[in-house]
Every structure is written in C-alpha cells, then in structure tokens.
Design a protein around this ligand. Sequence first.
Ligand code: NAD
Ligand code: PPY
Length: 348
Amino acid sequence: MALPEWDGELTSVRYDRGTGAWFVVGVHSTRLGPASGGTRAMVYPSPDVAVADARRLAGAMTSKMAAAGLPMGGGKSVIALPAPRAELDDATWQRILELHAANLELLGGNYTTGPDIGTSSADMDVLAGLTPHVFGRSVAAGGPGSSGPMTALGVFAAIRAGAREAGFDGVDGLRVLVQGLGAVGADVARLAAGAGAKLIVTDVDPARCAAAADELGAEVVDTGAVTTRECDVLVPCATGGLVTAEVAATVPTAVIASAANNLLADPYAAEVLRRRGITYAPDFVANAGGAIHLVGREVLGWDARRVADRTEAIGDTLAGIFADARTRGVTTVEAAQTLASRTLTGGQ
Ligand code: NAD
Ligand code: PPY
C-alpha cells in the first residue's frame, strides 16, 4: 500500500492477529496543546481506508479545537474491526480495548482519546482503568458522561444561526430534517421539536424513527430520501461524506447544520452550496459542543453551566463566519478555516 502525503504529525498503525483488528491513531497537530479526539470503532473495507479516515478526522479535530478556542491539538483513533461490534464476543472486545490502551500509553500523553462512533462512556471507563489518556468516562466512574447532549445543544445553536442567516425568523414552523437519531440526533430532534419545528426524521434503525414519531410527532422518511426530501434545515447526525458535489447541486434545503464530522465528501461541494445560496454551518464548528464538554470539564475545570454557555456561543461564532464569508465572497468552510488558522498561527 502506498501511503499518501499528510500534513499531520504522526500516524501509528498496528495490526493484531489475535483479534483481527487494525488500530490507527492520527495525531494531526499538537500546536495548541496535546492532541485529542475520539475513538471510532467500525468495520472498514480495508486498512488503508481506516488510515485515511483517522487522518482526515484528526485534521478536523485540529480545526475544531482551534475554532472553539480550546487549548488542545487534533487527533483521532480508528479501530477497524474484524466484524460489526454487535457480533464480537465480550472477550474479543475487551482485548481490543486493552490493545488500544497499550497504543495510547506508547503515545505518552501526546494524544488523549474519547468516545466516537462505536465507542461509549462505558468503553472509556475500561480504557481509563488501563491508561490515564482518556476523556469521557461515565458519571458513575467519576467522568463527565456522554458528550452527546452538548454536541446536540451546539448543533441546535447552529440550526438557529443558520436559519437567521438564511432569512428565517426563528425555528418555529421550519421543516427540520434530522438524519440519524443516536446520541446526538435524538437530542437535536427534541430541541428542534421543542422550538416548534416541523420535524422530519430518518434512521436505518426503524425503532428509533418510531420513538421520534411517538414522542415528538415526527414524520418518518426513508433513509434514501435524506438528500431529496424538501426541507428548510438539513441536520446530518449519522456518518460523514453525505454531501458530494452532485448532492450539493441538488439538495432541496436552505440550511445545512451538521453533527457528522467530514460531511462534505468533496471540498468543492462547499463552493456549490455557496453558489446556490445554501447556508452551510461547517461541521467542525457546529459539532464542537462535545469537545467543549470533554475538554471544558476534564482539562479546564469548567462546571456544566460554563460548558453549556460556551456551547451556545457556537451560534455567535457561526454568525461571524457567515458574515465573513458573505463579505469576502468565500465559502463558509473557508471562513471557518480562516478563523481556525488565525488561532493556530497566533496560538500559544
Ligand atoms: P450514534 O452512533 O449514537 O448515532 C448515529 C445514528 O445514525 C444511529 O442511530 C444510526 O442508526 C444512524 N445511522 C447510521 N447510518 C445511517 C444512515 N445511512 N441513514 C440514517 N441513519 C443512519 O452517533 P452519535 O454520537 O449520535 O454521532 C452522530 C454523528 O455526530 C457522528 O458522525 C459523530 O462522529 C458526530 N459527532 C458526535 C459527537 C458526540 O458527542 N457524540 C461529537 C462530534 C461529532
Ligand atoms: C469529536 O468531537 O469529533 C470527538 O471525537 C469527541 C472528542 C472531542 C474532544 C476530545 C475527545 C473526543
């Protein structure tokens, strides 16, 4: 496998024959502080796709920390599983966590992990018994608990800021389409419904859709309709890569506010959205509430109120990004990168 160039600092890759898992840690930047970002555990088509994913996600964490004003660098772990997590027996999963913890120890504190897709606070509790380089333990184990609710609060602030930029008067009555009703999406749906949105939802898990229909009166649509169903605000809360340049050219929405990391499959998609007048709240700004929760609580000693206030301030950050993009005639991604770069180049 020929490894492509990368502007990050370090990639660690390990294969374990016993479990059949590949372990990748991407440390993109320690410019602002030790790198941090979650552990994603899922099945990948090949180890090189897992390496590419870890590196791309680590780069997004650098931008996220910088744009949110957090004194941390960007990193991410990927564990490419031999089979879906639900099919692994407990002993294999335990062994995978032990190996991951050993890799984290080797990085000696240059990288601290946390939860991401496929890992939970309970997994962080196990890792924390083996290495100190872990954020996001459960409340029962003395940690700050799930980052999902704060990520959702920040994404909701992004929905409100995006709606304002698109000329809407609040969220009341807007058609808000939430894709993915997991830790983040279910809470985003509750917040949007609470603000009077007409909720449309989709998830590969029908039980999650049924719960949103029952609890919130949401309309349920097929997963395939997510980029074709007309709405005012599209809120991707599943996996990244949903918006290709082709999707950007046709998606029938006025605003996109993404919880999913690396939503744009192609950087040019941001320009296509700009030309169509679609307000895009860049993922690494909109979904920073989880990072604010973990770093705020575990590094900066903030209480829950301060974390929530800083998370709600994502709306003000986005308003500034939208204004800058409008003034300079650039994409919102470029304006957000400018904000992050200013912190990175002028940083500590
Ligand atoms: P999760 O695994 O709890 O939920 C994801 C949901 O999406 C699940 O309900 C799943 O069934 C659904 N889903 C998967 N593929 C789908 C598809 N093709 N169509 C419709 N639904 C689909 O994950 P989460 O913690 O809620 O995170 C959601 C996204 O937000 C992820 O991309 C994650 O990286 C990102 N994110 C999460 C946090 C956090 O604090 N949890 C922070 C930043 C970013
Ligand atoms: C993310 O925000 O994408 C994460 O991976 C969550 C996270 C944030 C900060 C530290 C560890 C994990």
